[in-house]
Design a protein around this ligand. Structure first.
Ligand SMILES: [Zn+2]
Length: 280
């Protein structure tokens, strides 16, 4: 049987500096249509708010997913351009609009998890405070995490466990689709109840994969053979059809392909609870 967990990293909710960076990129590559598109798009900053799209799509298929919310606290260092894109355009997790969507998703059966901030993969205090902040919003325990930029160090899983997380879904590839180091099944790096649940398909990697549908089928077959779970990661801001052409269409087609393969859909939390109760 094919098991599938759909998930979404919530990196940003509004389009801001991307109007400038994307226009600049289009100018640089002499893509005048791209420049025109960005100009036409000015003022539509809400197009990175992908929640309505995700909820509509998943509701039509009768499936629920996991949303990992980012609470970035990294300060902008004016001398370090690398820090700009990490801190610019971030959202405030206490913003009323954000709190409302988190609560709505949580009470309607979607799962809320922590999208660990850029430096949290090696910082216990950040992991604890980001977990507590989200828990204070939903009013119950949060058990799952995925690190922003899929950052992992040797100590990350131990720190996540010490912070009270029960599973992590950071293990995956950032450049292509497929299973990182061919590890298909969830594993217990700490030899206890903590589980790492690998992800196999991320949106940007899928977009740049040649023969993507054949490769997806290979990954699906591999997942079934290993009695594992296919974890998909589609960022909420990538449902903007202008800036991310085909991402939404492909997300829908991936769900349809999974259904054709007899998929059963889980939130990562439900899957974690099931593997633990089965004694895996
Ligand atoms: Zn992220």
């Amino acid at each position: 049987m094919l098991r599938v967990a759909l998930s979404h990293d919530v990196d940003r909710i509004t389009k801001s500096h991307q109007f400038i960076t994307r226009t600049w990129r289009s100018i640089y590559s002499a893509d005048y249509r791209g420049v025109l598109n960005q100009i036409k798009d000015l003022g539509r900053s809400n197009q990175y708010w992908g929640f309505d799209e995700v909820i509509k799509i998943e509701s039509e298929f009768g499936v629920k997913s996991t949303f990992f919310f980012l609470n970035e606290s990294l300060r902008t260092n004016i001398l370090s351009p690398n820090s700009w894109k990490l801190s610019m355009g971030r959202y405030n997790i206490h913003d009323r609009k954000v709190v409302n969507i988190i609560k709505w998703l949580d009470t309607n059966g979607w799962e809320i998890g922590v999208h660990g901030s850029y430096l949290s993969f090696k910082n216990l205090n950040l992991l604890i405070s980001e977990k507590k902040t989200l828990e204070s919003i939903v009013g119950h325990e949060i058990i799952g995490i995925r690190q922003h930029y899929i950052n992992i160090a040797d100590t990350t899983w131990q720190l996540q466990f010490n912070a009270g997380f029960k599973y992590d879904s950071t293990w995956g590839l950032g450049e292509e689709i497929g299973y990182r180091e061919n590890i298909v099944k969830p594993f217990s790096p700490l030899n206890n109840s903590f589980r790492v649940i690998p992800f196999a398909v991320m949106d940007s990697c899928f977009a740049s994969t040649p023969n993507k549908w054949d490769k997806l089928q290979t990954i699906i077959d591999q997942t079934i053979e290993n009695d594992a779970i296919l974890v998909i990661n589609w960022h909420t801001n990538n449902y903007s059809e202008l800036d991310f052409p085909d991402y939404k269409k492909n997300y829908i087609k991936i769900i349809e392909t999974c259904i054709k393969n007899g998929a059963k859909f889980y939130t990562l939390k439900d899957y974690y609870n099931q593997i633990l109760s089965n004694g895996h």
